[in-house]
Design a protein around this ligand. Structure first.
Ligand code: P6P
Length: 330
């Protein structure tokens, strides 16, 4: 008899009462995820429809009908949970729900541009404590370092509906069983291999990269003929949840560095509802996540929609990459 998500959540809340609101919220979100998966699988919403052709979300991405549907589904889950405010990529400002002890940060449907090609997409979420001193200014709730997260996870909508989740007690993977209408434990403790045999980066951006990134990738491409003395594979899906799950399964390193386009500063990916939750799950599975040099979870976001460079995966490889920063580049 597999362990089901609700049992795992109940056991965690019994062991640590502070996790009770977290457990309730994840249980509600799991129901929403099953609804979103069904909408994607049945194409019940015109997947190619733009919710509003002129609408881009808070971070500049074109908003599709499924983005809006997913956002509405998880907002409804938040309203049924002890969540004080709901900070979403699809909403300019946090939605104040007025009760509860949690601040939920979420990318309701990350990678939605891939849906047209039937590539796995997902929901990325982070649960933070709702700080009393910020109840009048809820956006400040999201300016906490990632180390303050109480829980984080990703729902992956693909050949399987999966939930990768951490409550700070390791990273676990659950699989949705339609016949049981619930999530069953698939992997009790994900563990990222220390060394990477694959790297993942959008190589079309090569001309924009800083020298140390080019040097790191060129050395990996040189394989056993180069300074790394071993061959690497390269994988790039263009869907952050798919990259994350692959790395949890078999190791590797994912890189989305800052580059000339952002003045070698902010990077592209979102700090609060992408990098932080992924970093929490990866660290709890023995991996590492940095902005290239600094641990992601130690960084303090400046706002809900802040961006950050992101390098995560096998700890040894993340450390090797950091060693390239500052190396003399010829
Ligand atoms: P690029 C999807 O839009 C996303 O936010 C992540 O899921 C993905 O890793 C990244 O953008 C891909 O970005 O610039 O390579 O298309």
């Amino acid at each position: 008899m597999p362990l089901f998500l609700e049992d795992y959540l109940a056991m965690s809340a019994t062991r640590d009462g502070r996790l009770r609101p977290v457990a309730q919220t994840i249980a509600e979100m799991a129901k929403a995820a099953a609804v979103v998966q069904a909408a994607i699988a049945s194409a019940r919403i015109p997947q190619h429809a733009e919710a509003n052709p002129d609408r881009v979300n808070a971070t500049g991405d074109a908003q599709k009908a499924l983005d809006v549907f997913a956002d509405e589904s998880f907002l409804a889950a938040a309203k049924a949970s002890p969540v004080f405010c709901y900070g979403s990529e699809e909403q300019d400002a946090p939605v104040v729900l007025g009760k509860g002890s949690l601040a939920l940060a979420i990318d309701p449907l990350d990678g939605s541009s891939n849906i047209d090609t039937n590539v796995s997409v997902g929901t990325i979420f982070s649960l933070l404590p709702a700080l009393d001193e910020h109840r009048e200014d809820p956006v400040r709730m999201y300016c906490q370092p990632g180390t303050r997260q109480l829980a984080a996870g990703i729902f992956i909508y693909g050949p399987q509906l999966l939930l990768v989740v951490t409550l700070g007690l390791g990273t676990k993977t659950f699989i949705y069983l339609p016949e049981r209408a619930g999530f069953a434990l698939l992997r009790t403790s994900a563990s990222v291999p220390e060394d990477a045999a694959e790297y993942s980066i959008n190589a079309s951006n090569r001309r924009h990269w800083p020298a140390h990134v080019r040097r790191y990738i060129e050395d990996a491409e040189a394989g056993r003929d180069g300074p790394r003395r071993r061959n690497f594979g390269m994988r790039y899906v263009g869907s952050l949840v798919a990259e994350t799950y692959r790395i949890l399964q078999r190791g590797g390193v994912f890189l989305y560095p800052s580059d000339r386009r952002d003045g070698y500063g902010s990077g592209r990916l979102r700090q609060v509802y992408e990098a932080n939750p992924i970093a929490f799950c990866i660290e709890q599975a023995g991996g590492a996540a940095t902005n290239g040099t600094t641990r992601i979870l130690d960084l303090v976001p400046e706002t809900l929609h802040a961006r950050t460079p992101l390098v995560f995966g096998s700890k040894g490889e993340v450390e090797t990459f950091a060693g390239y920063i500052g190396k003399q580049t010829i």
